[in-house]
Design a protein around this ligand. Structure first.
Ligand SMILES: [Zn+2]
Length: 173
C-alpha cells in the first residue's frame, strides 16, 4: 500500500511539474531570510571549520578568488561595502577585517538592513555588542546595517536600541 501511495505521489509530481516548481520557488522566496540567518548562525558556530575550508579553497584557487574580489569591488554593493569599511575603521578599537570577512558581513542579508528591513543605500558596519561593552570586531559581532539605524543605535546595546525604537514608534502613533 505504501508503495502505491508513493508511486501515486511520484505520478502526481510528474503531471504537475510546473505547479511543484512554482511552489518550490515560492517556498524559497518566503524562507530566504530564515535561510540566510540559519547559514549565518551555522558559520558562527562552525567558525574554525569554515575558516580552514576557506583558507584551503583560497590557496587552491588564488587567481580566481582575487579576480572575483576585484570584480565585486567594482559593483555597487562592493563600493558601498568599501565605504562602510572606511567608516568602520574610524571607530577607535575597530580591528582590521580580511577582504573575505568584509564580503561575508556585507552580503549576509542580501543588501538589506536587518534592523529596519530597508535596502541599504548607505551602509555601516555595526558592532552588535558595542566595543565599549567589550564587543569584539569579528564575524559573530559585526553586522551590516543602514547608516540611519547605526547612527540611531550609537553605543546602545541591540536590546536598548530596539526597545527605544519601539517606544518611539508607540509615542508617534
Ligand atoms: Zn536600518
Amino acid at each position: 500500500m505504501a508503495s502505491n501511495t508513493s508511486e501515486y505521489g511520484r505520478q502526481w509530481r510528474r503531471e504537475n511539474a510546473e505547479h511543484v516548481k512554482a511552489d518550490k520557488a515560492r517556498y524559497h522566496a518566503e524562507h530566504l531570510e530564515q535561510d540566510r540567518e540559519r547559514s549565518r548562525l551555522w558559520r558562527v558556530a562552525n567558525k574554525a571549520h569554515v575558516k580552514a575550508e576557506r583558507v584551503k579553497y583560497i590557496s587552491e584557487h588564488r587567481d580566481e578568488v582575487l579576480a572575483k574580489r576585484r570584480a565585486w569591488a567594482k559593483t555597487d554593493s562592493g563600493k558601498l561595502a568599501k565605504k562602510a569599511y572606511a567608516t568602520y575603521r574610524l571607530a577607535a578599537g575597530a580591528k582590521k577585517l580580511s577582504a573575505d570577512d568584509l564580503v561575508t558581513i556585507t552580503s549576509d542579508y542580501g543588501g538589506f538592513c536587518p534592523y529596519c528591513g530597508n535596502r541599504i543605500t548607505d551602509g555601516h558596519i555595526d558592532h552588535v555588542v558595542p566595543l565599549i561593552d567589550g564587543g569584539r570586531s569579528d564575524l559573530e559581532n559585526l553586522v551590516y546595517v543602514c547608516a540611519r539605524c547605526n547612527l540611531a543605535k550609537g553605543a546602545k546595546s541591540l536590546i536598548a536600541f530596539l526597545l527605544d525604537r519601539a517606544i518611539l514608534a508607540e509615542a508617534v502613533k
